[in-house]
Design a protein around this ligand. Structure first.
Ligand SMILES: O=C(CO)COP(=O)(O)O
Length: 150
């Protein structure tokens, strides 16, 4: 259940792509340039730089993924500073920072953050009426889980 609260309709969107999927993300971003321009964009180092050039829109740049960028995005999610993640990760190649990628995707589940890993999902999210509403993805209630008997 979504909780309609304080976050304005403009979303704080983190955008990340592995090297083999950067072109795909840039293509999607260009097609959706107008919708993206209504939001605040964050990106890992290289992805952020390429997006800024392509969109001619400021992208707040974090570190490159292998240097800690994924962890920075995860930390922002845990601090409720990111509303939505578009992460085109590479399903065909191992990354040196695979544990960071997994940790980021895990935190998205913990904090109930919508994640797009491909164009189809990104399109579904961007065409959702929820994009124009004030909502915050609230943390799943883990109290039962945490109180469980071991
Ligand atoms: O490696 C990444 C995500 O795991 C992305 O990092 P860059 O945007 O710096 O290429």
């Amino acid at each position: 259940m979504l909780d309609f609260r304080t976050i304005p309709a403009s979303k704080r969107i983190a955008m990340v792509a592995h090297d083999n999927r950067k072109t795909e993300l840039l293509e999607w971003a260009l097609v959706n340039r107008e919708a993206l321009s209504k939001n605040t964009l964050y990106g890992t180092g290289t992805t952020g730089k390429l997006l800024e050039e392509k969109l001619n829109q400021p992208v707040i740049r974090l570190l490159s993924g292998p240097l800690g960028g994924d962890q920075q995005v995860g930390s922002m999610i845990a601090e409720e500073k990111i509303d939505l993640l578009i992460f085109f990760w590479d399903p065909m190649s191992a990354q040196p920072h695979d544990p960071d990628v997994k940790a980021l995707l895990r935190l998205c589940v913990v904090w109930n953050i919508p994640v797009a890993s491909n164009k189809a999902t990104a399109d579904f999210i961007f065409s959702s009426p929820l994009m124009n509403q004030d909502y915050t993805a609230t943390q799943i209630d883990y109290s039962t889980y945490l109180n469980r008997k071991l």
